[in-house]
Design a protein around this ligand. Structure first.
Ligand SMILES: CC(C)(COP(=O)(O)OP(=O)(O)OC[C@H]1O[C@@H](n2cnc3c(N)ncnc32)[C@H](O)[C@@H]1OP(=O)(O)O)[C@@H](O)C(=O)NCCC(=O)NCCS
Length: 152
């Protein structure tokens, strides 16, 4: 059986452009998943939950709060993009979060991330903005946009 954190880290390494400094390191993932409130989902290249002997094509990390679930990270390996896997991960998250009692999903992203098209088509709408919240590795400041999606 392949270790799930290895599978997450493999997708992490291929999916995030280092220019933005958004990828988490293994320690950050392990720390997050040491809390019962944090969850992950691994999707195969066929859009199904991964089998024990399969590598992952994408993943999500999320955190349960009171009647809410925050999407912390969503990534699909570039080789498998625009095949509907990102959407299928959001579908799985919605179902799982709903089962955990969430009435809405939350997320935060940097302004200009093309993932916004996916989020908007899924039903996310903007609820907030933090001016110059993120700093890239080369020092640029970027606004953070906060979104919610009602699922309850
Ligand atoms: C965002 C991401 C997860 C999308 O994964 P994906 O599997 O390609 O998404 P899907 O195939 O399900 O996309 C569904 C729809 O969303 C929209 N969409 C997805 N990616 C898009 C992009 N880069 N530009 C514009 N629209 C996009 C399209 O409408 C797409 O439908 P279409 O392909 O029929 O036009 C992937 O691009 C990724 O891992 N990006 C890097 C990590 C990241 O920025 N994550 C989000 C912040 S944590």
């Amino acid at each position: 059986m392949i270790d799930d954190i290895d599978r997450i880290m493999a997708v992490m390494a291929s999916s995030f452009d280092p220019a933005w400094g958004e990828a988490w390191n293994r320690r950050q993932v392990e720390d997050a998943l040491s809390f019962d409130s944090c969850h992950y989902y691994l999707v195969s290249a066929q859009g199904k939950p991964v089998a024990d002997d399969e590598s992952a094509a994408g993943f999500s990390l999320s955190r349960t709060g009171y009647e809410e679930e925050e999407l912390l990270l969503l990534a699909v390996d570039p080789e498998f993009r625009r095949l509907g896997l990102g959407r299928s991960i959001l579908d799985a998250l919605k179902l799982a979060a709903s089962g955990r009692g969430a009435k809405r999903l939350l997320l935060e992203m940097r302004r200009g991330n093309p993932a916004q098209t996916l989020y908007s088509s899924f039903g996310f709408y903007q609820i907030g903005e933090r001016k110059e919240y993120y700093r890239t590795p080369c020092g640029d400041r970027i606004d953070a946009l906060t979104f919610a999606c009602d699922i309850g």
